[in-house]
Each structure stands twice: as C-alpha cells, then as structure tokens.
Design a protein around this ligand. Sequence first.
Ligand code: GRG
Length: 343
Amino acid sequence: MKGEELLNRHLDMVDEEIKKVFESRTHPAQLYDMMKYHLGWLDEDLKKVEQYRGKRFRPTLCLLVYNAISGVYDKALPAAAAIELIHNFSLIHDDIEDMDEERRHKATVWKLWGISQAINVGDGMHVMANLAALRMADQGVTSEKVVEVLRILNETIITLCEGQYLDMSFEDRLDITLDMYLDMIRRKTAALVEASTWIGATLATEDASKVNNFRGFGRNIGLAFQIIDDIIGIWEKAEQTGKPKASDVRNRKKTLPILFALEKAKESDRKTLKELYSRPRLTDEDVEKVLSILESSGAYEFSKKMAEDYERTALQELAETGIENEAIADIKALAEFLIRRKY
Ligand code: GRG
C-alpha cells in the first residue's frame, strides 16, 4: 500500500535522527532503555528487536512538507525527531492516566516498570524532544528559526495538555456538545499534526501564506485523523486495534459517534444511552445495546462524513499552496492512508 510504503520510507530516517539524541546519554542505562522500549527499539528484556514502532506519520508529514518546498530533507530532520518524541512522551503519560495496559500490541511502560518510573520516562522523553529540536542549529538553521520552531513546539505541548485536561474533564459529564468535542480534539490531537506541517513549512520558506496553508492542511487532517480514531475505537476489529472489541464503548468514552447519538438518536434510545453511560461499568450486553443504538442513529455515517469533510478542507488548503511535485503527491497519498486506515 502506498501510504504504508511512504511511512516505511521515512521511519528509519526519523529514528536515526532520534538515536543521535540518545548517543551521549548512557547513564542510568535503564532509564534510556525504557524510552527505547517505548519507541519500539528494545523488547521487554531490553534486548534489540525489529518490531512495529508506530506509524511515525507526524514526522513524515513534517519532512514531506519541508521537501515539497525545498526539495531536500536535511534541516527538517531535528524538528521531525522532536515531534515524534513529543508524540511518544504524551502517549506514555496518556497510558498512565488511562491505566491502559497495552499499546502497539505490547505492554505499556507503566505496566512493566510501575507508574513512578513511567512518569520519569515520559518526562525524560519530553526533554529529549527539546534536545532533539536544538540539533537544528547543527544543521545550519538560523537562530531566529530555531527559536520560532521551539516556540511552536512548546505552545503545542501546552495545547496538548489543555486537550487532555478537557478530554478527562468530559468523563463524568453527559452535556458535552459537538462543538466542545471539536475544540477538545483540536487541542489533544490536531495541534501536533498542525505543528508538524507548520514547522516543515516554517523551516523552508518565508512565504506566510504558504505556511498558513500547510498549517491549515495539518490541522484539518489532524481533526479527520482523530475522528477516524474514534470510529476505529468502536467499529474496528480487535485483531487490527490490539484492543478489546468496541473498546471505547467499554471504557464509556464520549467520542464523536456517542455524542452524535446522545444528541440525535430517537428519544427512547437517548434515554437508554444516557442511563448506560451513567453506569460505572458496562457488561458485554450493555456494549451490544450501545452498538445497536449507534447503528440505528446513523452515528457511523455521520462520523465518517465529518472526517471526509475535514479531509476535503485539508486537501483544499494543500491545493492553495500552488505547489505540485512528488512530495505533494506523497502528502496526498499519506492523507488518504490516514483516513482509510484500520489501526
Ligand atoms: C504532560 C505536558 C504534558 C502533556 C501531555 C497526556 C497528554 C498531555 C496528552 C495526550 C494526548 C493524546 C494521547 C492524544 C491522542 C492522539 C492519538 C490519536 C494518538 C495515536 O496516534 P497514532 O495512531 O499512534 O499516530 P502510533 O502508535 O502510530 O504512534
């Protein structure tokens, strides 16, 4: 598949850059090894392994945008590495906060080494992201641009934190509107995708209108990506996701399909859904009931259409850059992959 090939083509490039930040840090080895475990380079016994490492699509987008404008990759590599490290540190913290025991089909860091050490691993990786970004200076990026990119990265991390706060604060509420949800996912998920394309363009050009178009592309594709994630969390097969069937329903997550049904399902179904979502735990039978309410309300079709609408807006922003070359074709193929993916 074109999207997967594209990601594979950039994965090692990104990881080689991340490894440079680890080179000078050797003690205590176990701290860095736990980070390497999460990044997919080591197994549970902290031995080298070839395995699934995640998609690495954010750094790939950053590199492709930089390449679309400049024709090369070099100056964007440190920022691309930083973006992937930010994504991964946020996942380590997210797994602790949600008490998730598995990610990418293997045990989470906190599950293996405990919550306290997992916080250290996540915090350490957060700082490694800034160290990775500072390598821009070694690539000949001007001081002004280095500061600009560091500002975008740090603004993005605090936005992620706001999104995560909002997401968790929604857990005990049944009055969340679609607008509140969209604002939350813009912060929690779209912000880092937006930063990826924004930084790629910022490093390559002074043309503010092109930078804005690439930024808009990232934000919209990030929103579509999260909505697809919501669809996967309810309807995708457990073998694909590595999570139990309808895991988001089981965990009573208020994702887009649920919010849609809470607003638009027929009165009796809305009542049942509210009652089920007020329970502390859902049985298999409860989960089936929720799935049937989602089905009859048209929640799947609504969510799919919303993701496709954001994808369309993203592609319009990309077209407005006026750039047409191989890297732009790759960005389009990657967007298509992210929207059609099953994991
Ligand atoms: C502590 C300062 C501070 C911030 C962290 C925990 C947190 C705040 C934010 C978490 C945000 C979060 C987990 C968003 C979800 C984004 C998402 C859909 C992740 C899945 O991304 P993929 O599919 O994962 O790209 P892979 O495995 O491919 O890397």
